[in-house]
Ligand binder design. Structure first.
Ligand SMILES: NC(=O)c1ccc[n+]([C@@H]2O[C@H](COP(=O)([O-])OP(=O)(O)OC[C@H]3O[C@@H](n4cnc5c(N)ncnc54)[C@H](OP(=O)(O)O)[C@@H]3O)[C@@H](O)[C@H]2O)c1
Length: 380
């Protein structure tokens, strides 16, 4: 080994140019190169583990399903869960699995017909299931407020809140509150929803002794954006930068992780018996690309099919984080394939998380003050 390095040194050094004189050092990888190499090897190992579905520390892995990870869950008959986005994909399977384990479900949806269909499907499979469907369009802050007042009027307890609904918008649009649509739906609506339901969750946990859990569904694509969420949102909303669908999606998903961090911190300070965690479900074919369904999307999914999860596998991490006894007291964490992992550096910044929270509250205040038209409650 030493010999080869020495030989290399002489060959390059005798080359005579400045570059060649520096070349011997290339045989000793710089700390940066070593780090990059280690990261590449780690990523390769992670990919292999993912593909073979090898179990992590939790005992579960990429091929575990929602049904498998909830087998150890306590009887969920005393649990009431709100699951957003249960009309299709990951949310529909999460709802099915939790109903199977006995949880009472509240399914908010903007498409009531689709939600009633989900309810019927689950009831056909589990006739004892208890399911309530209520109207909620997450892109509208007034719809969120209306949903919460309707839900509170039912006087049900609330143990679990699963913020699963999400969208990927190919074209630029703004919500009725004047906020870029992806951010409004994936983050701002769920932020307000969670805030308005927090007291109910804290109260339920106190009265029942069952720890409340909030699960936010984010995505590994949160790592694609590392800037300041609100500054970028402002530029995007006001068309000062061109709309990029993947940037808009990544930004909203980074906001989901930052929301989880700050929420967990606030719950801790309140001494509330409620936890907040977030999950990346994995990549799976659902209706998330509904804007562009067709041959090209079919072809891309066909090519990548070996890397995709099935929907029961994609619901596993949500079900695990929402119910597994091992996670009692765990809060502010990020999970992939039912195991805790570190989110991006930007998503780990407490300062960014606190700033986003304050900015979101200010944005909601501004939107509420400037709205003059009929609220969603008046419309139905
Ligand atoms: N699929 C993936 O590969 C993947 C990867 C990482 C993260 N995720 C995340 O996983 C979550 C679930 O997505 P999915 O893949 O299961 O997609 P999906 O099949 O498209 O389901 C999305 C759900 O969100 C609901 N929704 C969308 N906009 C809404 C709004 N304004 N108000 C209320 N509900 C709304 C949809 O309801 P409608 O029926 O009314 O449209 C649907 O029930 C999302 O947060 C997504 O970002 C997915």
């Amino acid at each position: 080994m030493n010999g080869s390095v020495t030989r290399g040194f002489s060959v390059f050094y005798l080359g005579g140019t400045a570059d060649a004189a520096a070349a011997p050092f290339a045989f000793y990888p710089s700390p940066h190169q070593k780090k990059a190499k280690k990261k590449a090897v780690q990523e390769m190992l992670e990919t292999v583990k993912y593909l073979i579905g090898s179990a992590g520390a939790s005992g579960f892995g990429s091929k575990s399903t929602g049904e498998e990870v909830t087998a150890a869950a306590p009887d969920l008959r005393s649990v009431t869960a709100i699951i957003t986005g249960a009309t299709s994909g990951i949310g529909a399977e999460t709802a099915r699995v939790l109903a199977m384990r006995g949880a009472r479900l509240v399914l908010p949806a903007r498409n009531l017909k689709a939600a009633e269909e989900t309810k019927i499907r689950i009831e056909e499979e589990f006739p004892d299931a208890s399911i309530v469907v209520l109207l909620l369009d997450l892109s509208s802050l007034s719809s969120v407020r209306c949903f919460v007042s309707r839900f509170l009027a039912l006087r049900l307890p609330l143990n679990l809140l699963i913020n699963n609904a999400g969208m990927f918008s190919y074209d630029f649009s703004v919500s009725e509150d004047g906020v870029e649509m992806t951010f409004a739906t994936n983050y701002l609506g769920p932020f307000l929803l969670t805030k308005l339901l927090l007291n109910k969750m804290v109260e339920t946990a106190r009265e029942t002794g069952i720890q409340g859990r909030i699960v936010n569904i984010t995505s590994a694509t949160h790592t694609w954006f590392s800037g300041d969420c609100l500054s970028c949102l402002d530029l995007m909303t006001h068309k000062k930068i061109p709309y990029s669908r993947s940037q808009a999606y990544a930004l909203s998903k980074l906001a989901n992780v930052l929301h989880t961090k700050e929420l967990a911190e606030r719950l801790k300070q309140m001494d509330a018996n409620v936890t907040a965690n977030c999950v990346h479900p994995g990549v799976v074919r659902t209706r998330l690309n509904r804007d562009r369904e067709g041959f090209i999307i079919d072809f891309v999914f066909f090519l990548s099919s070996k890397f995709l999860k099935t929907i029961p596998q994609a619901a596993a991490t949500t079900c695990y984080v929402a119910t597994h006894p091992r996670l009692a007291g765990e809060s502010g964490k990020y999970f992939i394939d039912c195991n805790e992992v570190a989110p991006s550096a930007a998503a780990s910044s407490p300062a960014k998380a606190a700033r986003l929270w304050r900015g979101s509250e200010a944005m909601i205040d501004r939107c509420s003050r400037s709205r003059t038209g009929p609220g969603a409650c008046d419309k139905d």
